[in-house]
Design a protein around this ligand. Structure first.
Ligand code: T5A
Length: 209
């Protein structure tokens, strides 16, 4: 039986630099001879990508907060079953752009749904599977929003929320990092990119074989 792979996630509010840093992480791990499966949430399978599309773009009717939470976990169940668990079982590492910490932040914090509901669904869908390491990129909300807007393109359903929503998202992320310091690493993403990437390497190094 191969050793189980490591499950790494990258988290943070809008425009913190997740997309920018994912190729860097992949290259860093490849240089250590670690073969990484890259994926994202919501998404990662055919059905989960369809759910992502419903969540990020207006599906023609308003989505209730409860339906949003359940759709996120429906997509996650597919993703875990078809992609994440098989890869980990083969000893491969998985690098996922967002995971359940985002649900605590966006649905629990942003939408103010009961954290107990998120927690129940997390246990139901994931059993005891949790990321080995969540890299939490943090910047003040105004900086992240400005970066996301400067990048151009249309804002999606979440990006169109008010600033208070993103303040609640950020508070939830910071509270999670305080609660789970052993598996959520807080990284100051307002630093120059080279300093952010140095912090990412320092967080990943203890997991290397
Ligand atoms: N969602 C997701 C939920 O509500 N619940 C859930 O459970 C899950 C899993 C998905 C949406 O779904 C929601 C949350 C999200 O709203 P997404 O695909 O993850 O969305 O995309 P976004 O969060 O919208 O990510 P963005 O693409 O907006 O931001 P990134 O990827 O964090 O930022 P990035 O890398 O594109 O960088 C933005 C700009 O900043 C620059 C970059 O060059 C780029 O121009 N930049 C820096 N500039 C200066 N200094 C640095 N250190 C920089 N780093 C990056």
């Amino acid at each position: 039986m191969p050793e189980t792979g490591k499950f790494i996630t990258i988290e943070g509010g809008e425009g913190v630099g997740k997309t920018t840093n994912i190729p860097f992480i992949k290259e860093f791990l490849a240089a250590q001879n670690i073969n990484v499966v890259m994926t994202r949430e919501p998404g990662g399978t055919v059905l989960a990508e369809k759910i992502r599309d419903l969540l990020l773009h207006n599906p023609g009717e308003s989505i209730t907060d409860d339906a949003e939470l359940l759709l996120v976990f429906a997509a996650r169940s597919q993703h875990l079953h078809h992609v994440i668990k098989p890869a980990l079982a083969q000893g491969r590492w998985v690098l996922c752009d967002r995971f359940t910490e985002a649900t605590y932040a966006y649905q629990g914090g942003g939408r103010a749904l009961p954290v107990s509901a998120v927690n129940w669904l997390e246990n139901f869908v994931q059993d005891d599977l949790r990321p080995d390491l969540a890299l939490l990129l943090d910047v003040p909300v105004e900086i992240g929003m400005a970066r996301a807007k400067n990048r151009g393109g249309q804002l999606d359903r979440f990006e169109s929320e008010r600033i208070e929503f993103f303040e609640r998202v950020r508070r939830s992320y910071l509270a999670q990092a305080e609660q789970h310091p052993h598996r959520i690493r807080l990284i100051n993403a307002a630093q120059p990119l080279s300093a952010v990437q140095n912090d990412i390497i320092n967080a990943l190094t203890p997991l290397l074989p």
